[in-house]
Design a protein around this ligand. Sequence first.
Ligand code: ADP
Ligand code: ZN
Length: 613
Amino acid sequence: MRNQNSPFEILNAVFGYSAFQGHQEEIIHHLIAGNDALVLMPTGSGKSICYQIPAMIRRGVGIVISPLIALMQDQVDTVRQLGIRAEFLNSTLNPGEARAVELKMLSGELDLLYVAPERLVTSEFQRLLNQMDLALFAIDEAHCVSQWGHDFRPEYLQLSVLPERFPLIPRIALTATADPVTRREIVEKLRLEDARQFISSFDRPNIYYRVELKENEKAQLLDFIRTEHPEDSGIVYCLSRKRVESTAKWLCEKGLTALPYHAGMDQGLRLKHQRRFQQQERVIMVATIAFGMGIDKPDVRFVAHMDLPKTLEGYYQETGRAGRDGQRADAWMAYSLADVVTLRRMLDASDGDDKFKRIQQRKMEAVLGFCETTKCRRQVLLAYFGEELSRPCGYCDTCAGKVDTWDGTIVAQKALSCVYRTGQRFGAAYLTDVLLGKDDERICSFGHDLVSTFGIGAELSEREWKSVFRQLVAAGLLSIDIDGKGGFRLSPLSRPVLRGEQKFELRKDPVPIKSKKAPKPKNERIDLPADSTSTELWEKLRALRLDIAKKQSIAPFIIFHDSTLKEMVKYLPRSLEEMKEISGIGQRKLELYGEEFLALIQEHLEEHKGANQ
Ligand code: ADP
Ligand code: ZN
């Protein structure tokens, strides 16, 4: 049976939301009319509704192609809670179960079917599709078709057959990957040349970006988590498997719940950790970048990078997993110049050709530039993706604490000529020793105690020189030469500075302070009132939610999002009518849980009667 209501009525009654966001409404009408679409929207901006609503309105079943079978169960649970008829088909089902799902499809008893790409393209499944009405194809995580990305799925390439086999069925491809190269690849590989493109701003206004210099990064991480997120779920990204293991172990020793995740682990254990992270609260996942695609846990409150990411695309995607529910979230990173050298080495040892390495090298420099910037981080990040933010955001660390800069032209000249005089093969530590005129055997053995730059840098400390070298690399004046031992070489950009034709501005390294709490985002959907009775109610509501979730073996956020519970605390609904006004409560959830939550709120109010009057 098709849903006869309008998209807006469905948004209201089924999802419990009062207004469409961004391009949602346009996309929905576009699909209902039978057209194709390519949707580029950041994580958390509500992509799913763009195909769920049309699938309910159009005749037939909506086929959702999704790469991660581990998440299909959650996706199906989520929509079923809304009263949408959904199933999934993947290798976790036995033949009998699979057959049952297929029968439901054939008899028109389904709105949505989630399916893995490898199954979709089998001839058997294609035959099945030919026998039924199809509402649409939704290709989720469409960037998996890109051979350059680390999420590449070869099966996605075969999805190009869809327009030939089903020319009349609208397709919608969705991704949160922002860069134009990937976008072009999606269009080409999925044959979406005629699809209308809906591109949203990639800004994630509820994420607070901050970058710290590594001193003792584990201690810095712990400090950050303890001060800001002692009760929260988060992801900590590390560059290597070894570091994943050691960091997770260390956090556990400090009393937190941290689980490792990397590709070297047994598949079963990996899945178990992923499920725990997804379903429980207050779990920290420590992982390599192998973890994350398709993670649809909405209440990840922080993403931490223990090492410099390889590209800003990766950084954006990884940090994007925080705060999908629109509530405030943190992106935190610790980095050092040594990270750049490590990454450079890894890149050099990889088997890409020269062009690939050159591109990757440039991408790495962009990451370093982002770290070292004196400007608003959000502006730098968005500019990388070709989006202009007209004003500094006011919600990142550089916006919050003014970064002091100073004219470092002379200092830069000294550093650059020291690189040149010592033969362009040394790194920051050695060069600093030369500049400081250290009495060192190695320096003497090379005769570098005799070069003109020996001992001319006494005005800065060792630490300050290190910062200067880092900034010269970040600005592209020095490049790291990996053929040798990772020493610096002058790039053509250094010439105007050396000749005194161009100034070089340096930023003062921020003094590492005990991490201080990020300010509140201006746009936060809803915030908890600060008094203790509200906190108490909030905890009670969370406990009830957890209880219900456990009974059904599903994640708590599938019952209600944090923001929905917060609205309950704020508005204290006293009837089902009032309950219905809360965002995230549609008809079905009202029927399922309305009474229980109302009773709890009522009881709480009784208890505190008089206290607030
Ligand atoms: P994405 O797939 O883009 O990361 P989702 O589809 O998972 O995002 O949506 C993110 C969250 O935003 C979900 O909890 C969803 O229910 C919520 N959401 C989507 N559309 C709206 C809307 N119009 N109003 C309020 N919340 C919405
Ligand atoms: Zn900013």
